[in-house]
Structures are given as structure tokens and as C-alpha cells.
Design a binder for this molecule. Structure first.
Ligand SMILES: Nc1ncnc2c1ncn2[C@@H]1O[C@H](COP(=O)(O)OP(=O)(O)O)[C@@H](O)[C@H]1O
Ligand SMILES: [Mg+2]
Length: 331
């Protein structure tokens, strides 16, 4: 039982005892679809028999009963007086409010995690659309251009040279566009997250990064890495992707180290380079120095925190940068 539920349980026991009830139950209506189990001072498998007089105190919010406190009294025991009822009511109301805040938070958190996965699916669709649409058309345009180039010797001699130069420029631009799309789309293409385990998708990313940039990445996997949920897998993948991209674009190093390890129930990702380094922006607090354009760093931190993890960045100018991300394993 979590801390909050055991606090409710203590509250219920206290209220029942103070009012000299033989037993009690606190039932929550489902709020935001999250069901909190009813709490009882008796074994729910063998509820008390029918000799008790039940006293019921509903808790309302906007005319809707959102919880019920039920107290069972032995025959002859006095039922709670109005003062006692008010006190019990206030206590139960407080418990319900706390519970509501908690379920709302839990549901927002679940939604954020779902959005991570949905975003990936959308990204996959966008990439497919680019591949099937503009890329195919650019290829088609390239081959049309080749055909046109083959016809050049049929135009009057004085036009050939400028026409050839013009065609070559267009062909060069087409090729450049194709290369740029290949680089962006290629590096953003999500792997099959659902089917492949974390280590495998990270290995794939590292191989791809090395091929695209020529930078060497030493990837070490230490110990048995526990399975992780889909949102965690996506978060770690995208964080490493941004870390590698930063190491390439900003650190200016030939090689860097990436380590995946385990500590208790946590999976830990370390990305370290001995490159240019920088003064890391303070991401939070009144002295925060985060810049609007630091989307990459912010995205890394947000992704880690969204899945219940932690993000730490240390960097020293001229010495290098170290990023550590801890995310929960599915254990
Ligand atoms: N590994 C790194 N080495 C050196 N500088 C870095 C590194 N990572 C990030 N930076 C610095 O932090 C800034 C913000 O990074 P980021 O938020 O990823 O944005 P972007 O990569 O688009 O510039 C970078 O512009 C760069 O100055
Ligand atoms: Mg970046």
C-alpha cells in the first residue's frame, strides 16, 4: 500500500475509534477513471454481520457524491452528534481532495508518457510521407534531367554550352536536396521501438551516427540491462541522439564515450566527450540562463523527467561535456 493509502487507512481507523464505531469503510468514487480501492477497518472478505447500525456520511462535490464514509455501530451505541459528524466530514473531505490532486497528477503524467509514443508514430508517418512523396519526385526529376541532357547535342551549337551549364546546376541542386533530406530523415527515422530491446536500438543509433559523421563512438554496455517501458526506450534513444548530435556539432571531437549501465532498478546512460565544452545554462530557478534556442538540452531534460528519470549535465570549457541520464527500469 502506498504512503497516501496508508495515511487514509490511519485516518479511517482514528475516526472510527474516536466516534466509538465498531467498524468503518471509506469508499472513493472513481475520479478521472482512476479507481482507489475502498478502505475498511474489517476484512473485506468477511464484512461485519447485520446487527450493526450503519451511519453514512457522503462527501459531495458539485452535487455529486465523490466519496462515502460508512461507520457501523453496535446496537445501543450513540450515533455521532452533529459536531462529531462535522469533524469526520472535514477529515474525509481533506482525504478526498488530496486523492483527487494525486489522481489528476497521475493521469497527466500518463498522458505525457503516451504523447511521447504518439509523437514517435507521427514522426514515422511524416518521414514516410517525405520518403514516398518529395524524395520520389526529386528522383524522378533527376532522371528527367538526365534525359534532357542527352538531347543537348540536338540544339544549335551556340546554345549547348550555356544549356549544359544550366542543366548541371539544376542537377547539382537536386542532388544537394536529396542529400540533405537523406541526412535529416535518415537520422530521425525511428527504429522499431516496440520490437527491439533498448540495447539494440542504441547500438543501431551509434552505428548510424558513426556512418553519417565519421565520428567514433565507444559504446559500452555494463551488466544486465533490465527491460524498459516503451516511453523510457524512446526517451533514452532520443536523448542519446541529441547527445551524439551535440558532440558532433559542438564538441568537435573525433571520438566520444557512451555507456549504458544498471544501478539497482535504474538504467543509466552516460555520454561523455573531451571536447570544446561550454558553460551549461542553468535550466531552472530565478538565475536560470536557459536560452530559447536550447531546444536540444531542454528536450533531453524534459524527456528524462517525463518518464520519471533524472538528467544531469556537467561541462567545462576546454575540457568536455558529460551527460548522465537515469531512467527507471521495468523491474
Ligand atoms: N557536447 C557539447 N560540447 C560543447 N558544447 C555543447 C555540447 N552540447 C551542447 N553544447 C552547447 O549548448 C548549446 C545548446 O545545445 P542544444 O540545446 O542542443 O542546441 P543546439 O544543438 O541546437 O545549438 C549549443 O549551441 C552548444 O553551444
Ligand atoms: Mg543540439
Amino acid at each position: 500500500m502506498d504512503t497516501l493509502l496508508s495515511a487514509y487507512q490511519r485516518l479511517l481507523t482514528e475516526v472510527a475509534r474516536d466516534l466509538h464505531a465498531a467498524c468503518g469503510a471509506l469508499e472513493f468514487a472513481s475520479t478521472l477513471g482512476v479507481q482507489v480501492p475502498a478502505l475498511t477497518t474489517y476484512d473485506p472478505a468477511s464484512p461485519p454481520n447485520g446487527n450493526l447500525t450503519w451511519f453514512e456520511l457522503p462527501v459531495y462535490e458539485n452535487d455529486q457524491a465523490i466519496a462515502h464514509l460508512r461507520l457501523g455501530f453496535d446496537p445501543g451505541m450513540p450515533l455521532p452528534d452533529p459536531e462529531e459528524q462535522r469533524l469526520a466530514h472535514a477529515l474525509v473531505e481533506l482525504a478526498v481532495l488530496v486523492n483527487r490532486a494525486r489522481t489528476q497528477q497521475a493521469s497527466a503524467h500518463q498522458a505525457s508518457r503516451r504523447i511521447l509514443a504518439v509523437t514517435e508514430e507521427e514522426l514515422q508517418r511524416v518521414i514516410l510521407d517525405i520518403h514516398d512523396g518529395p524524395v520520389q519526385k526529386l528522383f524522378a526529376a533527376s532522371s528527367q534531367l538526365e534525359l534532357a541532357a542527352g538531347l543537348v547535342d540536338q540544339v544549335p551549337e551556340e546554345l549547348r554550352a550555356p544549356l549544359e551549364a544550366q542543366l548541371a546546376r539544376v542537377a547539382g541542386l537536386l542532388q544537394l536536396s536529396l542529400n540533405e533530406i537523406k541526412l535529416t530523415v535518415g537520422s530521425m527515422r525511428p527504429p522499431e521501438f516496440r520490437r527491439r530491446p533498448l540495447v539494440s536500438v542504441l547500438q543501431g543509433l551509434v552505428i548510424q551516427h558513426q556512418a553519417l559523421t565519421g565520428q567514433r563512438v565507444q559504446l559500452r554496455v555494463q551488466g544486465e540491462i533490465p527491460p524498459v517501458s516503451l516511453p523510457v526506450k524512446i526517451a533514452v534513444y532520443r536523448i542519446l541522439q541529441e547527445g551524439l548530435s551535440n558532440a558532433y556539432r559542438h564538441a568537435k571531437v573525433d571520438s566520444l564515450d557512451v555507456r549504458l549501465s544498471r544501478e539497482d532498478d535504474w538504467v543509466i546512460l552516460d555520454i561523455a566527450d573531451e571536447g570544446a565544452g561550454f558553460d551549461p545554462p542553468l535550466l531552472e530557478g530565478p538565475a536560470g540562463t536557459e536560452l530559447e534556442e536550447h531546444i536540444g538540452l531542454r528536450g533531453m531534460r524534459d524527456r528524462a523527467e517525463l518518464v520519471g528519470g533524472h538528467f544531469r549535465l556537467t561541462s567545462i570549457k576546454g575540457q568536455g561535456t558529460h551527460i548522465q541520464v537515469r531512467v527507471p527500469g521495468d523491474v
